[in-house]
Design a protein around this ligand. Structure first.
Ligand SMILES: CC(C)(COP(=O)(O)OP(=O)(O)OC[C@H]1O[C@@H](n2cnc3c(N)ncnc32)[C@H](O)[C@@H]1OP(=O)(O)O)[C@@H](O)C(=O)NCCC(=O)NCCS
Length: 333
């Protein structure tokens, strides 16, 4: 018989607070047109994107995360010392070691919270949420700060017609903590590494260092292949997450898919047959694709504008480079 006593956590977990940070510089499509042959009309009609935010030198991954986290912690109504773990999802923090999560935890003033980074592309926020829920229920942290943050402008080739208009910068954060009732459904997640070539960094950093390529690495993608995969496969995953939570689309109040392209969002809404009353996040129009930050940023905006309210039932689904995905049903903070 095991001598180890069982760990004691909360019966359930929930998102208690959310916060976002958008860089001050707003970049309209006109700026993108300075480096690619396209048009405002084409970009709007093919992607839904009108503007995005680009970070300046002071708006670092850590600085944006700290701003978003401060708001999330205040929204949750806890003190920063109560945070037991900080999970940061990003693919655009260029100083690999140490994890940026440790700097964020320290600057926020947590009491020695566990802190680490994860790399799961545009599904990163959902991956982080899933880890946080596990920690709260298992008892290794009472409150977990989950941050999705990107400076994708640093990884964008402004001369690449297929991607120059897509990406933006920003940070979104949530606090996950104990709950007396279920408020986070099971996560439906996975990876399809056989499709890893469809969204990727052009070359490893070392190729650039060694002078094998002249251009700094950037994110490249096979737009159509990714589009088809997102439209067909991710609608199935979203439905599985509803089924796993034991609800139907009629029970949903809000749908917050990864903000990659408004046509993907429209298509998922149609395939899932979401009823009229479901509020659909369309933050992509003014924020672009901010990868790991996109879902918490969209969540924060819906709550801030009153389009969604605390206690609403929301389906969130992230998907992207890997390819990876994560979908779950949550109660909004
Ligand atoms: C990138 C994306 C908007 C491109 O739209 P698309 O309809 O697939 O565009 P295509 O690449 O098939 O190109 C269609 C036409 O537009 C042209 N085109 C491509 N990029 C263009 C641009 N920036 N401006 C104007 N025309 C462009 C192409 O040359 C092509 O012209 P042709 O029909 O004369 O050959 C779309 O594929 C997409 O959003 N994919 C998924 C992206 C995504 O979500 N990625 C992240 C997931 S995390």
């Amino acid at each position: 018989m095991s001598k180890i006593k069982p760990s004691k956590g909360a019966p359930y977990a929930r998102i208690l607070g959310v916060g976002g940070y958008r860089p001050t510089r707003v970049v309209p499509n006109e700026v993108i047109l300075e480096t690619i042959d396209s048009s405002d009309e084409w970009i709007r009609s093919r992607s839904g994107i009108e503007t995005r935010h680009w970070a300046n030198d002071e708006e670092t991954v850590a600085a944006m995360s700290i701003e978003a986290s401060g708001k999330a912690i205040a929204d949750a109504g806890i003190s920063v010392e109560q945070i037991g773990a900080v999970v940061v999802s990003t693919v655009s923090h260029f100083k690999q070691t140490p994890a940026v999560a440790t700097e964020i935890a320290d600057k926020l003033g947590t009491d020695k919270a566990a802190a680490f980074d994860i790399s799961a592309g545009c599904a990163g926020f959902g991956y982080g949420l899933t880890l946080a829920k596990g920690m709260v229920v298992e008892g290794s942290a009472e409150y977990v700060l989950v941050i999705g943050v990107e400076r994708l402008s640093d990884l964008t080739d402004l001369e690449d017609r297929a991607t120059a208009f897509l990406f933006g910068d920003g940070a979104g954060a949530v606090v996950v903590g104990p709950s007396a009732e279920p408020a986070m459904g099971p996560t439906v997640w996975g990876s399809e590494g056989d499709k890893s070539d469809t969204i990727k960094q052009t070359v490893p950093w070392t190729d650039y260092r060694d002078g094998e390529v002249a251009k700094f690495p950037a994110i490249t993608q096979e737009g159509q292949a990714v589009f088809r995969w997102a439209v067909f496969e991710m609608a199935k995953v979203a439905q599985q997450a509803l089924d796993a939570a034991g609800i139907s689309s009629d029970d949903l109040d809000v749908f917050i898919p990864h903000q990659a392209n408004e046509r993907i969002i429209d298509s998922m809404v149609k395939t899932l047959k979401l009823p009229e009353h479901v509020m659909v996040a369309r933050d992509v129009r003014t924020t672009g694709n901010t990868s790991a930050a996109s879902i918490p940023l969209a969540m924060e905006r819906l709550l801030a504008t009153g389009e969604a309210k605390s206690g609403d039932t929301a389906l969130v689904i992230g998907f992207g480079a890997g390819l990876v995905y994560a979908a779950t049903v949550v109660t909004l903070p």
